[in-house]
Ligand binder design. Structure first.
Ligand SMILES: [Zn+2]
Length: 633
């Protein structure tokens, strides 16, 4: 059950037209304005009528009240006869709206607006009256405690426990809960921001960033490349910066920065591998900020500044695949963006494919194969979870009336990957790479629908090479087509042979643990513990391999899942699971464990822990777990 959103009180301010204003000198773009945007059922914006092209954000972050107040100013373009512009607004208080009739004129005039109540998923339609020559719209607003994008953290929720922290999460349709905006991925815009924070804290955004704290707590940002609204992001905290190369670096709390810098020291190598595959990095700088553990995702590809969970700091670079993933989004997702959330697989399927190519280039084919096989297992699990809703196993989705979060499953990521990998096998790697490189450069800073992609694929890869491929079946039909490529891993073969020996008592558990395995092999081993094995088997395993006390979060997550499935409760594992769930907010991790508890007759226990953990989670995680456990406040 999701939270009920408070209905905003509508306020009307009457626009007073100043008819004595001198004639406008700037040539209007209205005559060239043409219909060109796809239908996006997740936004109230009517961009074919009037669209915002640039944002100037001027905000104050108030850690005491846990709100943001300020002004969002937009340069707009509109049809000559457009009388209104529509923005998305959810759980915001809109105080006043003013307009300018010229980009150079500083005189603002109030205009009328109406907050038309929408629903719990989409929020409201903020409709603003546009006088004929409007060039700029200024929306004065403040956020409320119902905001879903912002998470204000107390100092106890940070690594250093000295200062509070704030981060935003815009994807998919949450930017509208901290900025009134035309919140559709196809509506790319440039932005500048002026952000005021307490002067002992630093602010960073998905933009050109400071490397040191300012004296007065005021920070100015520029993002000169047009990005989708879900990629506007802000983090505020006691953070420091360390460069890793001329164009890469890391931000983290002071106590973590050294560890973080060493964990991510291969970032430049990954950048070079990525550029070598699919062309120049288009965003100048690439930095990573490590956030407190309640961050709901592994990473979020905010342009120029990836937001990352601290759960990937393993001390041995074993979980940095995630950085390859977020970096790959600098091409697939940020440069070429899904036009609507029904096309989400275009962002994620391509990114998983690209991520594995980067990992192959940097760490070798064996490594990439292991990732692909793990991904295939995730896909099987995803298909099993969706067996009652087969339409959700199509790549192109229809999420009309539903939250876009429903489409953020393994289908977009792993079926998307499998489609591209199967295509690669069919056409050959050389042709595939040439095609992808051109695809990224041809669509740079644009958005794309599935239909446009298919047309492009046919025209540029399949037809010229006379290749017959079941593209439509992959994209528009449920399940996995039978021509799927089969990926194997020699390293995993070794793991499976070891499990066979274990089953037949041909190897001691001590020897299993003593093997020099990569983390992926360990993950593969744990996930494949025979279901017939009892709690006693797990106890022996734990006594030698010490999985319960691991400091690697990925191993912990898959191990905890197995202990629940096998009803193993020794070594304080129950307490460890509770500690994990109350300290980590990464949605994939916690949902895996809660689901295992629920499916193995421990729903009551799951609910008890969740009640305690829930205040520490971001709304994205809360939304998923509420539904999974049937939790009602
Ligand atoms: Zn991604």
């Amino acid at each position: 059950m999701k939270k009920i959103i408070q209905i905003l009180i509508l306020s009307f301010i009457i626009w007073s037209c100043d008819k004595s204003k001198p004639a406008e000198k700037i040539v209007s773009k209205e005559t060239t304005f043409t219909d060109k945007y796809a239908l996006d059922t997740h936004s109230f914006a009517k961009p074919n009528e009037a669209v915002a092209k640039h944002l100037d954000l001027d905000i104050d972050v108030d850690f005491t009240k846990k709100i943001i107040t300020g002004k969002a100013s937009y340069h707009i373009e509109k049809k000559a006869n457009a009388k209104f512009i529509h923005f998305d607004s959810k759980a915001l208080v809109i105080k006043k709206v003013t307009i300018n009739e010229s980009l150079i004129d500083s005189i603002q005039r109030e205009t009328s607006f109406n907050v038309i109540k929408g629903d719990q998923i989409h929020g409201d339609d903020l409709t603003i009256t546009l006088p004929k020559n409007t060039k700029t719209v200024h929306i004065y607003y403040e956020t409320t405690h119902k905001t879903e994008a912002l998470q204000f953290l107390s100092k106890q929720q940070t690594a250093d426990k000295k200062n509070p922290f704030l981060f935003t999460q815009g994807q998919a349709i949450l930017t509208r809960t901290w900025i009134p905006i035309q919140d559709s991925p196809q509506l790319r815009l440039t932005y500048n921001a002026r952000v005021t924070v307490p002067n002992n804290l630093m602010a960073v955004m998905s933009a050109k960033n400071p490397k040191e704290k300012s004296k007065n707590g005021v920070y100015n940002f520029t993002m000169k490349q047009a990005i989708s609204p879900y990629l506007i992001a802000l983090a505020v905290g006691d953070i420091v910066y360390v460069p890793l190369s001329e164009r890469t670096g890391v931000y983290a709390e002071p106590s973590l920065i050294k560890k973080v810098a060493s964990e991510f020291e291969d970032t430049e190598k990954m950048m070079l591998a990525a550029e070598n595959l699919y062309g120049k990095y288009n965003w100048e700088q690439y930095d990573i900020i490590v956030l407190p553990p309640s961050f709901p995702f592994g990473g979020m590809e905010n342009p120029r500044l990836t937001f990352a969970t601290p759960t990937i700091i393993a001390g041995d670079k074993s979980l940095t695949t995630l950085i390859a993933h977020e970096l790959a989004h600098s091409w697939s997702g940020n440069l070429v963006t899904n036009a609507t959330w029904d096309d989400f697989w275009l962002n994620e399927g391509f990114t998983v494919y690209f991520e594995r190519r980067i990992m192959e280039a940097v760490y070798g084919k064996d490594y990439a194969n292991m990732l692909a096989v793990i991904g295939r297992q995730d896909l099987d699990e995803g298909l099993e979870n969706l067996k009652d809703t087969p339409n959700d196993t199509k790549l192109k989705l229809n999420l009309n009336g539903r939250t876009p979060d429903d489409g953020m499953t393994d289908i977009a990521y792993e079926k998307g990957f499998l489609f591209l990998k199967t295509l690669e096998e069919k056409v050959g790697r050389e042709k595939m790479d040439k095609f992808l490189k051109n695809y990224f450069s041809k669509h740079a800073f644009l958005t794309i629908t599935t239909e446009k992609f298919i047309t492009y694929l046919n025209k540029n890869l399949l037809l010229p090479n006379k290749i017959d491929f079941n593209t439509n079946q992959w994209i528009y039909e449920a399940g996995i087509p039978s021509n799927q490529v089969k990926i194997t891993s020699d390293k995993f073969e070794i793991v499976m042979q070891t499990i066979e020996k274990w089953k037949n008592n041909e190897i001691s558990v001590k020897n299993i643990c003593g093997q020099d395995w990569a983390i992926q092999q360990k993950i593969h081993f744990i996930r494949n513990i025979p279901i017939t094995f009892s709690a006693a088997h797990l106890q022996t395993l734990d006594a030698h391999c010490e999985y319960t006390s691991t400091t690697n979060s990925y191993i912990a997550m898959v191990w905890f899942e197995q202990t629940i499935k096998h009803n193993y409760q020794g070594s304080n594992v129950t307490k460890k699971i509770e500690h994990f769930l109350t300290n980590v907010g990464r949605r994939w991790y916690v949902s895996t464990i809660y689901r295992a508890l629920k499916n193995n007759g421990r729903l009551k226990e799951a609910l008890r822990i969740y009640k305690k953990a829930r205040p520490n989670y971001h709304s994205v995680t809360v939304g998923t777990i509420d539904e999974l456990l049937g939790f009602d406040e």
